[in-house]
Write a protein that binds this ligand. Structure first.
Ligand SMILES: C[C@@]1(CC(=O)O)C2=NC(=C\c3[nH]c(c(CCC(=O)O)c3CC(=O)O)Cc3[nH]c(c(CC(=O)O)c3CCC(=O)O)/C=C3\N/C(=C\2)[C@@H](CCC(=O)O)[C@]3(C)CC(=O)O)/[C@H]1CCC(=O)O
Ligand SMILES: NC(=O)c1ccc[n+]([C@@H]2O[C@H](COP(=O)([O-])OP(=O)(O)OC[C@H]3O[C@@H](n4cnc5c(N)ncnc54)[C@H](O)[C@@H]3O)[C@@H](O)[C@H]2O)c1
Length: 507
């Protein structure tokens, strides 16, 4: 089959060509300062004009063509540095220009353009005619000051276009903020050149490794030691303290304290592994243990101050915080949380009625966790959320009033709305620290030390788990834990609702 053999030979030739690879030399031209000639006035010429002026809006362009489509004239109305000459091309059009882009429908003319350009030692691009080009245009990704140009060596402009889309999607918009900060830092750094380079490399190390940087790791170790020393001190106090009063106080401490100590530890470990659920698990556990909603939410928020402080601070060190988003979320979030905490505390005497509401809410969150575990989500592609303030207020309110939800509501909405997961997570953690402080203060001023054994148990339990949880989080299958948590939360919440209903109807 000679035809097949011929095809094979062509394939072989193509793969040999591939083996050499892309030998084009990439540069970024300061086109704003150069004079450019465009030959042709059809749709392709218009595309080239858009590419030239889209990248370098001040470039001086002279366009020469016999026929010019109306769209080119329209484009010229908004770009006054574009001069149009409706006429046949002449080599003298190349006088006083430095770069040439041709988009004509005439191959002889193309060859003539290339020859005239080379006589003048000028570089030329003939659109869609690779063999006549001195340089190719690339597909361009732009994020503020960042620009990436893609070349497939002329093999597939369509792939260049697709890669542009992939990169635009995966590079976070925050990269421009990072560039501005790095530029400012660069201006401030003192010392000799190698000192500066060392410092600049150190602060950007997290971009190339998913591992925490050395300084974060060192602080992390310090936290673990603090937790160990803290728990040992408690142990020593319990068993060897000379004062019998204090000893008997600890020995006779309500067992509720120890239940909550254990529960706080387990819930914080689980939260560390799957990145959510501390509020919902502690809330449903507290209700099941007979703690009314307001003191339960107080305990949860007090214990979150420390754990989110640590997590938020780590994200801050790793550069995962979007400060613009932080500012937008913080005030409405705090206001919502304080109102939620105030309302729940004032309704303290109606806890028989708030309890089933909270149970209903935790039950719904249990379902949400299960859906996340099985990757069931609405396929609707949502627009980037514009009303961040409203989201923050709503999240803060629900979180304080129902014991949890800041993470699930705010984080999932930000990510579903197209924001970058890592920056959203870092920002949500650090804002939560401030929200937990304010709602805790509101609860304390309203409730005082109600159910303090449970509250203290949760605080100490989750504080002990926080540094360890982050360590083990990568080693366990998140899906298994999410299913377990979802099912348990759902069962406990349903039990609380059923208890309420039987109480209501059976008496
Ligand atoms: C990157 C981009 C920049 C720009 O032009 O601004 C660009 N082409 C783009 C799009 C595009 N061009 C074509 C299609 C149709 C589908 C297809 O053919 O794949 C699409 C896709 C689409 O529009 O969806 C047709 C086409 N193009 C060339 C040929 C001739 C040939 O290959 O032989 C043919 C066949 C003509 C025919 O069949 O008659 C040749 C070239 N096109 C190049 C650049 C240079 C190599 C860049 C590289 O190495 O990747 C090179 C060599 C010379 C040059 O023109 O500079 C721009 C990305 C837009 C974006 O980013 O959105
Ligand atoms: N339009 C497309 O989708 C497309 C796709 C692939 C490749 N191409 C190729 O790209 C080239 C340009 O495409 P187009 O759609 O813009 O074509 P077009 O026919 O609309 O435009 C060609 C332009 O060249 C000008 N021209 C021709 N001879 C001239 C001369 N002597 N002096 C000055 N100007 C002269 C014409 O006046 C016209 O403005 C063609 O080679 C075409 O085959 C076009």
């Amino acid at each position: 089959m000679p035809q097949l053999l011929e095809n094979d030979a062509a394939l072989l030739a193509a793969s040999n060509e591939n083996a050499i690879g892309n030998q084009l030399f990439p540069v970024f031209l300061k086109l704003n300062d150069l004079h450019t000639l465009v030959i042709g006035g059809g749709p392709v010429a218009l595309e080239k004009l858009q590419a030239l002026l889209g990248n370098s809006p001040q470039v001086k362009v002279k366009l020469v063509a016999k026929e010019i489509i109306p769209e080119v004239y329209q484009f010229a109305e908004t770009h006054t540095q574009l001069q149009i000459f409706q006429k046949a091309f002449e080599p003298t059009d190349m006088d006083a220009v430095q770069l040439i882009v041709a988009a004509t429908n005439n191959n002889e003319l193309n060859a003539e353009i290339r020859k005239a350009a080379h006589e003048r030692k000028l570089l030329v691009n003939i659109a869609d005619k690779p063999s006549l080009c001195d340089f190719y245009l690339g597909s361009v990704v732009k994020k503020g000051d960042l620009k990436i140009a893609i070349s497939t060596n002329g093999k597939s402009p369509t792939i260049a276009k697709r890669l542009k889309e992939v990169l635009a999607e995966s590079i976070p918009d925050e990269i421009d903020q990072t560039l501005q900060q790095m530029s400012a830092l660069r201006g401030k750094l003192k010392g000799d050149f190698s000192d500066k380079v060392k410092k600049l490399n150190a602060v950007t190390a997290t971009l190339v490794t998913s591992e925490p940087t050395e300084s974060v790791r060192r602080n992390f170790k310090w936290l673990i030691w603090l937790a160990i020393i803290f728990s040992m001190t408690i142990g020593v106090l319990v068993f060897w303290h000379k004062e019998p009063e204090f000893q008997s106080f600890l020995m006779e401490l309500d067992p509720v304290f120890y239940y909550f100590l254990g529960a706080g530890f387990v819930f914080a470990m689980v939260d560390g592994a799957i990145g959510m659920s501390y509020g919902v698990t502690s809330s449903s556990f507290s209700l099941a243990m007979g703690i009314p909603p307001a003191p339960a939410s107080m305990g949860i928020h007090l214990s979150e101050v420390l754990s989110n402080g640590i997590a938020g601070w780590m994200h801050y060190r790793m550069g995962n915080v979007n400060w613009k988003l932080f500012k937008l979320l913080l005030i409405p979030g705090v206001v919502g949380a304080v109102i939620g905490a105030y309302l729940l505390s004032s309704l303290e005497h109606y806890s028989a009625y708030t309890k089933p509401l909270v149970a209903l809410y935790t039950g719904i969150l249990g379902v949400v966790i299960l859906m996340k575990a099985f990757n069931i989500k609405k396929n609707k592609k949502r627009k980037k959320i514009e009303r961040i303030g409203l989201l923050g207020f709503f999240g803060g309110f629900i979180d304080a009033a129902f014991g949890g939800g800041w993470g699930s509501i705010v984080l999932s909405n930000l990510i579903a709305g197209g924001r970058h997961p890592l920056f959203s997570l870092g920002t949500v953690k650090i804002t939560r620290f401030f929200i937990a402080i304010l709602s805790s203060l509101t609860f304390i001023s309203m409730l005082g030390g109600a159910h303090w054994e449970a509250v203290l148990g949760l605080i100490l339990g989750s504080a002990l788990a926080a540094p360890i949880a982050a360590k083990v989080s990568n080693r366990i299958s998140a899906k298994t834990i999410m299913v377990l948590v979802g099912v348990i939360v759902l069962i406990v919440s349903l039990r609380n609702i059923v208890l309420f209903l039987t109480h209501l109807f059976v008496g």
